[in-house]
Design a protein around this ligand. Structure first.
Ligand SMILES: O=C(CO)[C@@H](O)[C@H](O)[C@H](O)[C@H](O)COP(=O)(O)O
Ligand SMILES: [Zn+2]
Length: 198
């Protein structure tokens, strides 16, 4: 295969990451503050998304419950994408749109955070999860792309919107992962202070 195509993926990804660094540093910093305050108050973080973003939800939860780069106590984060019995039962008996919102209603408490990940900002089950979270007085950190979709219209001033300004799902996801790792690092710094990342 012509390697030009592969080089173009790297080039586009690198360029979008640099552009996003300037645009997203502020909302990412707000997300860290919101999450740190919630965790400090004994609250937890629920995460959801579809496809690649389901993987991102799990990746994030693993880094909080396990660790990111520093040795520390486990932090409470749950990916709502992993329990196939809940997902198939709710999807089968109600609708696929409710697979995350039912779990938000079951596990979410006021002060918890929902990390809602959708590159389009329009996935019905993520929108329903955001709605359920806001109803429960949870705060939302939304990782989106494109124009932010319908999620952008649902968020309040107390929520955080991290929107990657690109049209391509793969590129948006690649920036989401940098944002997620920046949040994990920020939580470690908030807990233990700065030290050089290796
Ligand atoms: O990873 C990819 C594409 O790169 C896909 O699995 C992608 O996540 C799926 O098509 C999702 O259903 C897209 O949903 P969303 O990001 O628009 O909410
Ligand atoms: Zn993907």
């Amino acid at each position: 295969m012509n390697t030009q195509r592969i080089l173009a993926h790297f080039q586009e990804s690198a360029e979008l990451k640099m552009k996003s660094a300037n645009l997203l540093a502020q909302p990412i910093s707000q997300a860290i503050e919101l999450m740190f305050n919630a965790l400090s108050n004994g609250n937890k973080i629920l995460a959801c998304g579809n496809g690649g973003s389901a993987g991102d939800s799990q990746h994030f939860a693993a880094e909080l419950v396990g660790r990111f780069e520093r040795e520390r106590f486990p932090l409470p984060a749950i990916a709502l994408t992993t329990d196939t019995s809940i997902i198939t039962a709710v999807g089968n008996d109600y609708s696929f749109n409710e697979i995350f919102s039912k779990q938000v209603q079951a596990f979410g408490q006021a002060g918890d955070i929902l990390l809602a990940i959708s590159t389009s900002g329009n996935s019905g089950n993520v929108l329903a999860a955001v709605e359920a979270a806001l109803e429960r007085e949870m705060r939302v950190v939304a990782l989106t792309g494109k124009d932010g979709g319908k999620i952008a219209q649902m968020l309040t001033d107390a929520d955080v919107h991290i929107n990657v300004p690109h049209s391509r799902t793969a590129r948006i996801q690649e920036v989401h992962l940098v944002a997620i790792h920046s949040i994990c690092d920020g939580l470690d710094v908030a807990l233990f202070g700065e030290e050089d990342a290796n």
